[in-house]
Write a new protein. Structure first.
Length: 342
């Protein structure tokens, strides 16, 4: 459970990434989104400071603040100019002694590698689509279609387009070769579960709580290549998938389906080592839920699925942020018991 404490006693540092190479519009948008989170948390009562990370010198950004006097809300997706560096930010905070929200550095590093995540899910018996790792343009006898081809070490649907879904060997070979060349990393080939998709937010440590699941509604699309959440669908306003994929919240599920979904998502959360909160992406077909991805540093923007689900569950945006902070505060040597569980 979160620490039961007056928010005014828990100052918060919101750490977020601000890449100087972004154009002016992107920088202004990130500043606006971060400011909305900061104001929402401050309205709940937390003294709040915003800290943009503009380079690799995390220690310098945090130098003016004492770790015994603050909780960090870690909203940083990486160090500008350093690919796959989300975990490095957490590692730097750990080395400085800061308690922060969300997963630790080792879990963030793990989650960046879809191969390692899939291996753990399989080992734990958690349903996930059949898959194969391809380090060269050879699918190794793969003959299951439809399939989807993803970069091994990207997130936020980077590298996922309608061409990622393949229905024959020629397209499969072409897409594997593209991933290997464009992203300079192995490709993951897996069954494309052409069914319902859910984004499931959970929070807690030890005892977990599932927030109302969100369903991605692909009913406007007849072509199988369009029935997925691509990079465009998430981040390109005006694009066809961005405009036509609707979010159903709460997802229309029976009590039994909700219970099974919560059990599978909780198992995935714990297997990967999530902490405080996470989002699990799931597909449903033939009466079975399949875990697609585990996001231990899920988007908590005010229009993202987690914030919307929390609002439906009765939490304002600021109250959601405060709950994450107070979950982390249980690990803090001043405000918590050092366990961070429960």
């Amino acid at each position: 459970m979160p620490v039961d404490i007056d928010p005014a006693q828990v100052p918060v540092l919101i750490v977020y990434n601000m890449d100087p190479s972004w154009d002016v519009q992107d920088r202004q948008e990130v500043e606006s989104i971060s400011d909305r989170l900061g104001r929402a948390i401050a309205e709940v009562g937390h003294p709040t400071s915003l800290i943009p990370v503009k380079n690799e010198c995390i220690a310098e950004h945090l130098y003016p603040y004492h770790p015994l006097e603050h909780i960090v809300l870690n909203w940083c997706e990486g160090i500008p100019g350093v690919p796959h560096s989300e975990w490095m930010v957490a590692d730097a905070m750990e080395r400085q002694g800061f308690v922060y929200t969300g997963a630790d550095a080792s879990t963030l590093s793990l989650s960046q590698n879809k191969y390692r995540v899939k291996k753990i899910l399989d080992l734990c018996g958690i349903p996930t689509p059949e898959w194969r790792l391809c380090t060269r343009p050879d699918p190794g006898g793969w003959n299951r279609y439809p399939a989807i081809v993803k970069p091994m070490s990207e997130h936020c649907s980077e590298g996922i387009t309608r061409d990622s879904v393949v229905t024959n060997q020629d397209d499969l070979l072409e897409r594997i070769a593209y991933i290997l060349d464009a992203y300079r990393q192995p490709a993951i080939v897996e069954d494309f579960i052409d069914g319902r998709e859910f984004h499931v937010s959970l929070w807690g440590n030890g005892k977990l709580e599932m927030l109302p699941p969100a369903e991605m509604d692909f009913s406007d699309f007849q072509d199988i290549h369009d029935r997925l959440c691509t990079f465009e669908a998430k981040f390109v306003p005006g694009s066809v998938p961005y405009e036509k994929i609707r979010t159903l919240l709460p997802a229309p599920l029976s009590r039994d389906e909700l219970q099974r979904l919560e059990r599978i998502c909780s198992e995935a959360y714990q297997a990967i080592g999530c902490r405080d909160y996470a989002r699990i992406d799931v597909r449903y077909q033939g009466g079975l839920f399949y875990v697609l991805d585990v996001n231990p540093n899920a988007d908590i923007s005010d229009d993202a699925s987690m914030a919307c689900a929390a609002e439906l569950a009765g939490f304002s945006y600021g109250e959601m942020g405060s709950r994450l902070i107070r979950l982390a505060a249980r690990r803090h040597p001043v405000w918590g018991d050092g366990r961070g569980t429960g």
